[in-house]
Design a protein around this ligand. Structure first.
Ligand code: PLP
Length: 475
């Protein structure tokens, strides 16, 4: 049924305003430009559905808080990245998923099955991708302070290692010469002096960053690498920031990297790969306006191609490593509303059954989110309330000034865009178990992460015997 103008206007004052307006899932929009997953719809009972599953029923079955991952949205983002590079970049390309955004076996398997590679930053993330069956030629190991065991593990697997600093470079050269029969594949991480804040950026000669080599160390690094038979430097890498809405910083980055690629080749290094990092932003609120995945890929590809043409260089293999824009919009967190506190003429708090332990971004970065009441999607947004978490911390606020219908205890509050840096940053603060996660697809929901139990919370605790009283010891 076609909506009239006034019914559309009425919907604008309800949770329905966040439902993606999609004519066909055959040609989906860029997920990072939506607030809800692409399959979100409202059913006859006025309940939110994602991936054909009703959120209220999911909470009944799996409890709350619950991360709900929409497989279609994640796959769509993967395909848009992959296909856009194939369309806009004439050379070879590889998209790799910055798995720090959400590293778990099911996410790795979905992303891997779309032909996407992996950026890992710890032995744990590397282990997770390997357990998920990812082939090591698609794994790139980052980190500014990899331990010796982590480096040994990485060498053993045969993944590519992103060299961040001198200590690592020298340690790795030693490990590689002892442990590996063939040269270990490495890339050099550089700090290009392009610093991005969300809506502005600056370029400086040097940058105050804990990551990567400073540009004035290039000659020394390239000379050292050229003399190493145990290391094979295949390329250069830089990452300039996250949640970026402009295209210009990545275009500038492409130019700088191409200049440095030329320089590395002059040192005789077999560099044929450039990695421009991740950073494309997503829409968390109505006012966020990121470029689409394909617009971003086109801008980066064009910039690399024109810089290479100017420098008379053959096109390198081009890598991009998005995290947030692949998985961010694909997931929501469902909470159950509990207590309410009204402070007349000041503020009304409603509390949910999670908070900073399942989403530390608001308290850490003052990140702003939007939410809907999933069991009353067409109810007018009549109140402005602060959604508080349940942790013993005044700053544990999920959303300040959320526009919601009048909420009641037991309502299902769904916070959008929680796929990136939520589960992966979750903690057990206040000894609250981390939530379960389900993946939804065409009406089916499957558990991908179990909810942590009380027993899980104590199972790695150890009590020295002298702290156990006699009666207990005798039992
Ligand atoms: C080296 C590196 N690559 C990629 C990413 C992913 O960034 P984003 O999630 O903004 O795409 C990050 C995020 O911090 C990063 O540090």
């Amino acid at each position: 049924m076609l909506s009239t103008d006034s019914s559309l206007q009425n919907l604008q004052n309800t949770g329905q305003r966040y439902i993606p307006q999609i004519s066909s899932l055959e040609e989906p929009p860029s997920p990072n430009q939506e607030l809800l997953p692409l399959t979100a719809r409202v059913n006859e009972d006025d309940n939110l559905e994602i991936g054909g599953c009703e959120l209220k029923l999911l909470v009944e079955q799996y409890g709350s808080p619950l991360y709900v991952l929409d497989e279609f949205t994640l796959r769509t983002a993967c395909r848009q990245y992959r296909d856009s590079f194939a369309t806009y970049y004439s050379g070879e390309s590889q998209v790799i998923y910055a798995s720090k955004a959400w590293s778990c076996m099911a996410v790795c398997r979905i992303v891997d099955s779309e032909g996407i590679g992996f950026d890992v930053v710890s032995g744990g993330e590397l282990y997770t991708t390997l357990k998920a069956g990812v082939s090591t030629d698609k794994i790139y190991f980052h980190g500014n302070n990899k331990s010796v065991p982590e480096l040994e593990f990485a060498v053993e697997t045969g993944c590519t290692i992103m060299i961040d600093n001198w200590l690592e470079l020298k340690t790795l050269a030693e490990i590689a010469s002892k442990q590996s029969e063939k040269p270990v594949s490495v890339m050099v991480r550089l700090t290009p002096g392009i610093e991005c804040h969300t809506h502005e950026y600056i370029r400086t000669g040097h940058l105050d960053s804990k990551f990567g080599f400073d540009p004035n160390q290039l000659d020394e690094v390239f000379t050292y690498l050229a003399g190493q038979t145990s290391l094979n430097c295949i390329g250069l890498h830089a990452h300039i920031g996250s949640q970026i809405f402009e295209r210009q910083p990545h275009q500038d980055l492409a130019e700088v990297l191409v200049e440095w690629l030329k320089k590395a080749q002059e040192y005789g290094l077999p560099v044929t790969t450039l990695n421009v990092g991740g950073g494309l932003g997503i829409r968390y609120t109505e006012s966020d306006d990121p470029p689409s995945i394909s617009e971003w890929v086109k801008a980066v590809s064009d910039a690399v191609e024109s810089a290479c043409n100017r420098a008379s260089l053959p096109l390198p293999k081009l890598i991009a490593e998005p995290g947030r824009s692949l998985v961010g919009t694909a997931c929501v967190t469902a909470y159950t509303v509990g207590s309410r506190k009204e402070i007349p003429e000041f503020r009304t708090y409603i509390a949910v059954d999670g908070g900073m332990s399942d989403n530390p971004r608001p308290i850490t970065y003052q990140s702003v989110y939007r939410a809907v009441i999933a069991n009353r999607m067409s109810a007018p947004l009549t109140e402005k309330v602060t959604v508080a978490g349940k942790h013993c911390e005044s700053g544990d606020v999920v959303i300040k000034d959320a526009s919601l219908p009048t909420t009641e205890s037991g309502d299902i509050l769904v916070v959008m865009d929680t796929g990136a840096y939520n589960y992966s940053m979750a903690s057990n603060y206040n000894r609250i178990g981390r939530p379960a996660a389900v993946v939804v697809y065409e009406g089916e929901a499957n558990l991908i992460i179990e909810r942590e139990t009380y027993q899980n919370l104590v199972e790695r605790d150890r009590t020295p015997e002298r702290l156990v009283n006699k009666e207990e010891q005798e039992e």
